[in-house]
Design a protein around this ligand. Structure first.
Ligand SMILES: [Zn+2]
Length: 395
């Protein structure tokens, strides 16, 4: 499995200048290749391939001295970016590739070589020399490639490493109290089936308020002016801060859940529901829920634990205990079951139902289904008997 290890680097002024110039040249190169690809197609009906783009990039490098200071494989990966941008468009994943502004071209990749780490002298990067690196934790696995990235005025080295995933305990031997069902929500970030609930920390909201305030100030400034640029930079730094706070919160939460449990069961995020309930606040929190789920899948593999996704259909509308149909609106926070007398919070009921579904699916044949895997998810459909009126309802 691949993992990423990110370290801050501290280039000297001359090195920073080289980095900035190189990114600018690579950006120009990409824009040139993009234009070339479009032109070739218009004039001769030929679509330049990945190899063709790479050859063109190396040809450019031969004539332009500023590209010669950049490692040749880095120049090739810049050409690959153009190729990927076009494939993403042709395969329906993205818009037509646009002319890229240098402000948005922020990284360069060394796919195999051209760099090495020396414990005494720091990180050696071809073309730049030794740069000071802060290794706050050792990387694990074999280093496959290096990306140097600029983020709001700071520089980072990101190593992609390949290591062996730990062996997982067979899922059918996991004790029931080591299986956790979790309901993800808007008010409470998550509610676990052991009635623990976790809220988004307040400090995160405070930062988000600051972002909004800066955004309002920015709206009154003239675009491109000195003050506008200043606010843009503070905004970028603050966005980065919020992103890191959120990542840190989610990472720690997942780590804690997996250190106390062996299986985590979550609902698969329902895209159609998200599109129907479109609003800014929702889309922000949905995006962060999506990231949380992806992190959970990744961490499960990394730590040798299991992740199970279940169908979200009806998980708020049935009783976890007797599976009776208890319809409730979004505002109803209580779950009171007239059939069996159970009384819990709405979110806890969902978490318990999600866990129940997860246990059903934890047969040996199903070694922790991932979201990417197609096929039927464990679902309440078919488990519950609905009245005629309920059957026509959409959840
Ligand atoms: Zn009940």
């Amino acid at each position: 499995m691949l993992s990423a290890f990110k370290y801050r680097i501290y280039p000297k002024p001359g090195q920073e200048l080289w980095l900035k110039r190189s990114l600018l040249s690579l950006c120009e190169l990409c824009n040139g290749l993009r234009a070339k690809k479009i032109e070739e197609y218009k004039q001769h009906g030929i679509s330049l391939t990945k190899t063709g783009l790479r050859a063109l990039a190396l040809e450019e490098r031969r004539h332009r001295p500023e590209l010669q200071t950049i490692y040749s494989q880095v120049v090739q990966t810049a050409a690959d970016r153009v190729h990927i941008a076009f494939s993403n468009f042709f395969e329906g994943r993205a818009r037509f590739p646009r002319h890229k502004h240098p402000r948005k071209y922020l990284s360069m990749t060394f796919p195999q070589s051209g760099f090495k780490v020396n414990p005494q002298r720091g990180l050696y990067v071809s073309g730049m020399g030794y740069v000071r690196i802060f290794v706050h934790r050792p990387p694990l696995g074999r280093v496959k490639r290096l990306t140097i990235k600029r983020e709001a005025g700071e520089w980072y080295a990101i190593f992609i490493t390949e290591g062996d995933a730990p062996v997982k305990q067979p899922i059918d031997t996991v004790a029931e109290n080591r299986i956790r069902g979790a309901d993800l929500g808007l008010e409470m970030f998550t509610t676990l089936d052991n009635s623990e609930s976790v809220e988004y920390p307040r400090f995160l909201r405070r930062s988000e308020d600051k972002v909004n305030a800066l955004q309002r100030r920015l709206a009154h400034k003239k675009k491109g002016s000195k003050r506008w640029k200043e606010i843009c930079f503070s905004l970028a730094r603050l966005h980065l801060h919020v992103k890191r706070q959120r990542e840190d919160f989610q990472n720690k939460l997942i780590h804690r859940i997996f250190s106390e449990n062996d299986v985590l069961v979550l609902e698969k995020l329902d895209i159609s529901w998200m599109l129907k309930n479109h609003s800014l606040a929702k889309s922000i929190s949905d995006a962060s829920l999506g990231r949380f789920i992806r992190k959970a899948i990744f961490k499960a593999d990394m730590l040798g634990k299991h992740f199970i996704a279940v169908d979200p259909w009806g998980t708020t509308q049935f009783c976890h205990n007797c599976l009776a149909w208890i319809p409730k609106g979004l505002a109803e926070r209580e779950h009171i079951c007239p059939s069996c007398g159970v009384r819990t919070s709405r979110d806890l009921n969902s978490a318990l139902l999600i866990k129940r579904l997860g246990i059903l699916s934890s047969s040996p044949s199903d070694g922790g289904s991932s979201l990417a895997e197609p096929g039927p998810l464990p679902s309440l459909r078919g488990m519950v008997s609905l009245g005629a009126e309920a059957g026509s309802l959409r959840f």
